[in-house]
Design a binder for this molecule. Sequence first.
Ligand code: MN
Length: 478
Amino acid sequence: MTIKDLTGLVEKYNPEYIPDILNAYELADNAHHGQLRQSGEPYIIHPLNVAYTLAEMHADKDTVIAGLLHDVVEDSHYSTYDIERLFGKEVAKLVDGVTKLSRMQFNSKKEENSANTRKIITSITDDVRIIIVKLADRLHNMRTLQYKKKDKQIENAFETLDIFVPLANHIGAYRIKTELEDLSFKYLKPSAYQSIEEELEKIKKESDACLKEILFNINGLLTAEEIPHEIKTRTKNLYGIYKDKINNSKMLDIHDLFTLKVMVDDIKNCYITMMLVHSVYRPLNSELKDYIANSKKNLYRSLHTTVFGPDGRLVQTQIRTFEMDKIASFGLTAYWDINGMSAREKMQKDLKKDFIKSINYIDSTFDDNGEFVTQVTNELFKDTINVYTSKGDIIELPKGATPIDFAYKIHTKIGENISGVLINDVLSNITTPLKDDDRVIILTDGEKMTPTADWLNHTKTTKAKRKIKDYNKRRLTE
Ligand code: MN
């Protein structure tokens, strides 16, 4: 990795960034002069790799520069003030944010680790780009983890899986997320990693002819219709397979083990492509998803349809435009690159309304660092579900959440005035755990229920719990 590799990559998406990037490189090279990494390589290799990942993500100039400079304040005589003077306030803010995070030493004391984790998570509320630089930093450190001591490897792998993977998922950076998952998995469960890797290789060989046939056929259909396209095959990442295999015994039964990514020029052609695919291969109806009309919270958009291929072998197809594909790999940064900087402010605002608001709720409710981390993990980082409001808006909730959580998420007043709930048009109990794609309508016209302390046993979200407690305190003092 050299500065030429970095500028070559930047050249392709925004050549105007190059002069400032060269200046930042010069400063970083100078600051880290004589320092070595544990691998024995010159230290500058590390910030170069971090900046390279950020450029692959099509990050804005300040973020790529912050990647080059992210360890300068920590490891040299340069200060945040120097960086501000040379590269401006924004870069200084990002470097300062990352520096504060790297000052935390991960160690075996649980309480200190929780305090560190809390800092990482709450830093996203200042500027989400701090986390993006930190993710690129973590990715390179995980790629070179073999040079660390065994106990460090395990600690880093756990921390990556618990904190950085969910954060990568939240910003929609799937490529980073899956690579971090597999790198952590390799260190945490080496034998499971190896056996899945071997089994997958075998199945891949057996499935090769089938995948080629489908690819050939879809290619033919699209060419005949003169739809500009590109098709790639993708195999599910090893950690993803490992998680599915815990529930599902056979690897071949995983519905998205093999995916054909079909990229076309526009949205209309996405739907035409799906129709063409279904004209030849029948879909598994339950795995047909329209994330174009209903995009995910992390900006992911695509049509998904799993079809029965030759020999009844399941193959998932993901159909999207070329732009959607860029966003699918790298999330926020790619979205900003495509939609301009005003999109960045809008996104930061959208995050504030939802994800960041939830973090702030949890932050202000739990003084204890351990409890804070547990709550964030359960509420925001573990599997979430998406349900619909009566108007079709999508609300994200933690798995196991009930209509009570849903009502409070919409508005505290709704939570305090529930008289009943319809789930998919059926009158239901307000303590029923919700499922993905449920349509939830809170009734408030009838006799209202009292938010009793028992409701706390049937809620997952901090906001609902806190509002129920507040209500009961008020009731006692009235
Ligand atoms: Mn670093």
